[in-house]
Design a protein around this ligand. Sequence first.
Ligand code: UDP
Length: 319
Amino acid sequence: MRAMVTGAAGFLGSHLVDALLAEGHHVVGVDNLLTGTKANLAHLASSAKFEFVEKDITTPFDVGKVDYVFNLASPASPVDYMVHGVETLMVGSYGTREALEIAKRYNAGFLHTSTSECYGDPLVHPQPETYWGNVNPIGPRSVYDEAKRFSEALIMAYHRYYGADTHMVRIFNTYGPRLQIRDGRVISNFLSQALRGEDITIYGDGSQTRSFCYVSDQVDGIMRLSRSNEHLPVNIGNPQEFTMVACAQEILNLTGSSSKITFQALPQDDPKQRKPDITRATELLGWSPKIDLREGLALTLPWFREHVELRDPATSSKA
Ligand code: UDP
């Protein structure tokens, strides 16, 4: 098949492109490089089956006939989407519409990457797909949360009114090689800080929880969902739940770093807990994560070692 991946130059997009190419498909990657980078696709430069189109997807475009649209385009880390708030709302509304229009035009399958942020600061734990969420519609995170929730509504409308073959994954925190070193996320920050010997910055008291999914598990879930007949959202994430203090400790143990843990102010509307209920993914897709946090961090560490700028080489040899 010929597949289009929007957000192809991002962390997850580039891994999805790799998985599609590995299955023998042709891939058109589209990205405006707002938060993605061509470096994530550099290894595909000589691939005859991969094309790259530099394009902001919020205005109409056409890459020719495609059999499948994977819509991943959006800033995704809290730091990035708060810097690019309006762009995030635009890509989650106009951008999703343009991607849906392409799927409709060519009668192509469509998969959208939604988010656990749809659940906001959840009052139900763990979060099943049936939970409607606890979202502040005007808070600092709303640029992302409401863009993603609008996308979901628009996709359901294309499915209901036009019979589009749509799929939606609600992605929980995912990490691995090619994460932006400076995206401000917890795994990126803690790994970089540990390798540089800098203080580990826990926001709040560190009792808030997240559940971290290794990127190969996430891509496997996305591929399975894309081939399924399921049109309602499906959570894909690793249900093993960690406090941020425990996460910091895992990273200190892994790196052997002597960084100190420090506590800083908790950002506004930072969810207190997050853990996917993956019953639907398991029953519908036969999916469950294979890689736990310790193993996934060990698989991620070489990328950070290679890309973190070490301020003091003496520190790096210790870390
Ligand atoms: N966090 C932290 N220190 C950091 C970066 C993040 O304690 O240097 C916390 C953040 O406050 C949140 C959790 O880690 O509670 C996950 O944050 P992240 O930005 O990775 O993603 P989120 O799940 O909030 O979208």
